[in-house]
Design a protein around this ligand. Structure first.
Ligand code: ARG
Length: 410
């Protein structure tokens, strides 16, 4: 945490504790060395001498939000298709620095960066952690590990003589393990792979499985052995089931869910991270932004199905986290997904838990992140509206504290 963290006495109109769903009126929090030391009410907890007092009358406090699927190095307005191949890695860093700030100011104090071309994101993560630039706490995957020609691991249909190959491309269980080890060697926080094709890659099919079960098991086993979690992109049903059976910790997109897939996710304890907002952005702005016709076509196929799968998964009680795939839509608009999650079957508190309590659990950071109790990291936001009455109130965040440091106070 940046060294500027001081002792803060924070009060507001109300506080929502997502874990219990309870509202505290006139809450007071004592924050020291970047952590919540004590919680109470203005009546029960007094301001210690010398503390910086921050009072947010009429505001509702919540834990800082967590987005489990972003790509800070990506920007939807920089051209679609493979136009990103025209930019050097340094340029991605510049975008990521800007996007990190936008994300933090929108109330997201933690993100999982679920894949980047190279290891540039690790420098962004470290610069945030050392207080050099404002941004959310970043858990970074680095280059996705996966098959030759696969969605997310590789880039297709380029001139063969260019020999353009993704950094995480591998064939067979041992090569997959080697790529996992290489990512760990450079300092990633978790592993990303893709077990089906995707929307934004050339020549991949949403329904087609990528990688054999043996390859996926090798990736998961190698990562788990080293204490890292695995996020698996999967749209099609077969690939979703392969990923869950291989032991994936989170399933990204999870678009074509049948009952067996939902039951498998529940039985294995896999979290579903379903990005049900971005489809609207792509279908309205994608063409103008230069998204390939192939991708627009796949998006038209998958958007509605994914939203119905979301509804089924909520009803069945699967574990679900908030993941938006920011980069497909502009960073900073992350909270727009909350209202869609409610529209497609969640209660507001369920949607809020997906971005706090449950996300923290999926990161292995329960009791540390996504919470507002004593002992939690002091990541706190404030909003004006009542998120339990209208969850879209989270789209306007007036106050952002991370690690006890105030980054925004409107
Ligand atoms: N990165 C994902 C892919 O290319 C994005 C999918 C977005 N669409 C959606 N309906 N979730 O496949």
């Amino acid at each position: 945490a940046p060294a500027t963290a001081e002792t803060v006495y924070l009060t507001a109109g109300r506080m929502l504790d997502p874990a219990s769903g309870r509202i505290t009126e006139a809450p007071a929090l004592l924050i020291e060395e970047g952590k919540i030391l004590k919680t109470g009410t203005r009546a029960s907890l007094a301001a210690p001498e010398g503390a910086t007092v921050i009072d947010l009358p009429g505001e509702t406090l919540l834990p800082g939000l967590i987005d489990m699927h972003v790509h800070l190095t990506g920007d939807p307005t920089k051209g679609g298709g493979y136009s990103f191949l025209a930019y050097p890695g340094e340029r991605f860093v510049i975008w990521a620095v800007n996007n990190a700030e936008k994300t933090l100011m929108a109330g997201f104090t933690t993100v999982r960066n679920t894949g980047s071309d190279g290891y540039e994101i690790l420098a962004v993560r470290d610069a945030v952690n050392e207080g050099e630039i404002p941004g959310p706490r970043i858990f970074a995957a680095g280059p996705p590990v996966g098959i030759v020609g696969g969605h997310c691991s590789d880039n297709n249909y380029l001139p063969p003589e260019e020999e353009a190959t993704g950094a995480g491309v591998a064939t067979g269980p041992w090569e997959m393990r080697a790529k996992v080890r290489q990512n760990i060697k450079y300092g990633v926080d978790f592993i990303k792979t893709c077990s089906t094709g995707g929307v934004f890659s050339k020549g991949t099919l949403l329904g087609a499985a990528q990688g054999t079960l043996e390859e996926l098991e090798a990736i998961v086993d190698e990562a788990h052995m080293r204490g890292l979690k695995v996020a698996v992109h999967a749209h099609g049903t077969v690939g979703i089931k392969n990923a869950i059976r291989a032991g994936a910790d989170t399933i990204e997109h999870a678009s074509y869910l049948d009952d067996e897939a939902i039951n498998l996710a529940k039985r294995h304890g896999a979290y579903l991270s379903m990005d049900i907002y971005n489809t609207e952005y792509t279908l309205s702005e994608g063409e103008k932004n230069g998204v390939m016709e192939e991708s627009l076509d796949k998006e038209r196929q998958v958007g509605g199905v994914q939203r119905e799968s979301f509804r089924k998964a909520v009803k069945a009680g699967a574990k679900m986290v908030f993941g938006t795939d920011a980069a497909i839509y502009p960073h900073g608009d992350n909270a727009r997904q909350f209202s869609r999650m409610v529209q497609f079957g969640m209660t507001p508190i369920q949607a809020i838990r997906a971005a706090t309590t449950t996300a923290a659990e999926a990161l292995g950071k329960s009791g540390e992140l996504g919470c507002v109790a004593a002992g939690c990291v002091a990541d706190i936001i404030a909003i004006s509206g009542d998120p339990l009455a209208d969850v879209s109130a989270l789209e306007t965040v007036n106050f952002v504290m991370k690690d006890g440091v105030t980054y925004k106070k409107d």
